[in-house]
Design a protein around this ligand. Structure first.
Ligand code: NAD
Length: 255
C-alpha cells in the first residue's frame, strides 16, 4: 500500500486542477502536490516560460498564460483552459502581487494594479470556471489570502484590503454553492520564504530576523507548509469544511 492510500479520500485521480501563480514559490509546490495526488494540473502564470518549466516536470500537466490584472487575458485563459482540459474540478486562486510602502505615499495607479491582480482577476476567473463545477455537482475553490487581511500589515494597506475582500468572496461562494457539492475556503499564509517575501525584504535585512523572532515556531513558512493544507482542502475527504479561513503562520496569528 502506498502512503497516499493509507488515509482514504485524499486522491484527486480523475480531477482537473487549475493553479494560478503556479510558476511561483507557493503555487509551484501546490501544483506539484496536487499532481502527486493524481490531479491533471493546469499551471497558470503571467511568467509563461516558468509555467511551462513547472508543468514539464509534472505528470499530466499543461501551462496557460494568464495576466490576472488584464480582463482580456483572463477571458482568453478561461477559453484556453476549457478547450484544453474541459471542465475544471479544483481552482486554486494563488497568484498575488504587492508593492509595499506607507499608504499616504501610495499612488492610485498602484491601487488599481493591486485590486486588479489580487481581487478582480480571481473573481473573473472563478466566475468563468465555477459553472462547470456546479454542473458536475463537485468542486473545490481555494483562495490564497494573507494574514495581512486578518490582522493588518503596515505598508500593505491596499493589498490587505484586496486579501480581505477575497476572504469575504470565498465565504459568500461557500454559502451559494454548498448544495452543489462545492467547498470554498481561504488559506492565509504568514511570512513565507518565497520570491515575494525576498523582494519585500530587499534593503531591509533585519525584517526577516525580526519576523523569525516574532513567530512562535521560530522560522518562516515554507511553500510546503501551505500546500499541505491546500491539498487536504482540495481532497474529497475535506467535503464538510467550507467557508473557513485558516492561517498557516507558525502561530504568529492565532484565531
Ligand atoms: N510569501 C509570503 O510571505 C506570503 C504571505 C502571505 C500571503 N502570500 C500570498 O501567497 C500567494 C503566493 O505568493 P508567493 O509568496 O508564492 O509569491 P511569488 O511571487 O513567489 O509567486 C507569485 C506568482 O504569481 C505570479 N503572478 C504575479 N502577478 C501575476 C499576474 N498579474 N497574473 C498571473 N500571475 C501573476 C508570479 O509570476 C508568481 O509566479 C500570493 O497570493 C501572496 O499574496 C504570500
Amino acid at each position: 500500500m502506498s502512503n497516499d492510500q493509507q488515509i482514504e479520500g485524499l486522491s484527486l485521480e480523475g480531477k482537473t486542477a487549475v493553479v494560478t501563480g503556479a510558476a511561483g514559490g507557493i503555487g509551484s509546490v501546490i501544483a506539484q502536490d496536487l499532481a502527486r495526488l493524481g490531479a491533471q494540473v493546469v499551471v497558470c502564470d503571467i511568467r509563461v516560460t516558468s509555467a511551462y518549466e513547472v508543468a514539464s516536470n509534472l505528470p499530466n500537466a499543461s501551462a496557460v498564460e494568464i495576466d490576472l490584472g488584464d480582463p482580456g487575458s483572463v477571458a482568453s485563459a478561461i477559453g484556453v483552459i476549457k478547450e484544453n482540459v474541459g471542465s475544471v474540478d479544483v481552482l486554486v486562486n494563488n497568484a498575488g502581487w504587492d508593492q509595499v510602502g506607507p499608504f499616504l505615499e501610495s499612488d492610485p495607479a498602484v491601487w488599481e494594479k493591486l485590486v486588479a491582480i489580487n481581487l478582480k482577476g480571481p473573481i473573473q476567473l472563478t466566475h468563468g470556471l465555477l459553472p462547470d463545477m456546479v454542473e458536475a455537482g463537485w468542486g473545490r475553490l481555494i483562495f490564497i489570502s494573507s494574514d495581512a487581511a486578518r490582522v493588518g500589515s503596515s505598508g500593505e494597506a491596499v493589498y490587505s484590503a484586496c486579501k480581505g475582500g477575497i476572504m469575504a468572496f470565498a465565504k459568500t461562494l461557500a454559502r451559494e454553492t454548498a448544495r452543489s457539492g462545492i467547498t470554498s475556503n481561504t488559506v492565509c499564509p504568514g511570512p513565507s520564504d518565497t520570491p515575494l517575501l525576498r523582494e519585500i525584504s530587499e534593503g531591509n535585512p533585519k525584517l526577516v530576523e525580526s519576523l523569525k523572532r516574532a513567530i512562535p515556531i521560530g522560522r518562516l513558512g515554507e511553500p510546503k507548509d501551505i500546500s499541505g493544507l491546500v491539498s487536504y482542502l482540495c481532497s474529497p475527504r475535506a467535503a464538510y469544511i467550507t467557508g473557513q479561513t485558516i492561517s498557516v503562520s507558525g502561530g504568529l496569528t492565532m484565531a
